[in-house]
Design a protein around this ligand. Sequence first.
Ligand SMILES: Cc1cc2nc3c(=O)[nH]c(=O)nc-3n(C[C@H](O)[C@H](O)[C@H](O)COP(=O)(O)OP(=O)(O)OC[C@H]3O[C@@H](n4cnc5c(N)ncnc54)[C@H](O)[C@@H]3O)c2cc1C
Length: 137
Amino acid sequence: MTKKAPYKGVLIAGAGPVGLVAAADLVQRGIPVTVLEASTALSEESRASTFHPPTLDMLDSLDSAEDLIATGLVAPKFQFRSKRHGVIAEFDFGAIADRTQHPYRVQSEQFKLTRILLAKLVDRPGFGIEFGKRVDG
Ligand SMILES: Cc1cc2nc3c(=O)[nH]c(=O)nc-3n(C[C@H](O)[C@H](O)[C@H](O)COP(=O)(O)OP(=O)(O)OC[C@H]3O[C@@H](n4cnc5c(N)ncnc54)[C@H](O)[C@@H]3O)c2cc1C
């Protein structure tokens, strides 16, 4: 997918989660953005599996948290375990429910987030993306 836009505003190298989150934030603020991605498509690597509460709050401000949560598993608690001792510690995100809108972790693949972000960006005025374009400097 290529959506050409005049190179004005901000140029972003790379359509990974960092580049597309930056693009979503800038476009939301009315600043035009062109993303140049070296590969011919978004990465299909899974990589990240865990999204933490502050990340979900941040994605919410970009209208993307709900769609991501729908793709994953919601974990209101997590545990440290060892083979010998079993559960060593358990953390309950309910303890920070007054500090976050998302008192849980979400287990989902990183490639799902970049697709959600791009789908929301692609028709926004001021947004452009070109694949197969490596930034050299
Ligand atoms: C095995 C593994 C497990 C991980 N697990 C987690 C986890 O559970 N939770 C978590 O939060 N994080 C996790 N991470 C880290 C997370 O994947 C990275 O922090 C994240 O990918 C960084 O995003 P990014 O957009 O900066 O870079 P990337 O995801 O690497 O994306 C960079 C993009 O830029 C493109 N690019 C590179 N150079 C250029 C150039 N010169 N010009 C144009 N385009 C370019 C690349 O093709 C790529 O599409 C994990 C990472 C790995 C490897």
